[in-house]
Design a protein. Structure first.
Length: 97
């Protein structure tokens, strides 16, 4: 069963709370129409359960629905986007990919 992803625009993060543990995908909005996914963290007990992937997909779908181009300062997000062609159209020319 997929965990519920919460979006906290004020804190610029997507989070998952599960079994008393948490995970987050942090971002910034460095320019109009641009989102930079800067950091992903998953508490150890949640690792290996697809939690980071759920956060990545939620963040990227948010970017798509808000017509934002994506920069991936976070190494996890950079690799995730590279390995999922359905998100290649979101990459910013400034992302280096």
């Amino acid at each position: 069963m997929a965990a519920q992803v919460a979006h906290h625009p004020k804190n610029q993060e997507f989070t998952i709370e599960k079994e008393g543990h948490s995970a987050e995908l942090a971002y910034s909005l460095p320019a109009p129409h641009l989102i930079d996914f800067s950091h992903t963290y998953v508490d150890k007990p949640l690792r290996g359960q697809g939690v980071a992937e759920e956060l990545a997909r939620a963040g990227l779908e948010y970017a798509r629905s808000h017509k934002l181009q994506v920069i991936t300062s976070c190494p996890y997000m950079e690799e995730f986007v590279e390995n999922h062609p359905e998100y290649h159209d979101l990459r910013s020319a400034d992302s280096g990919s």
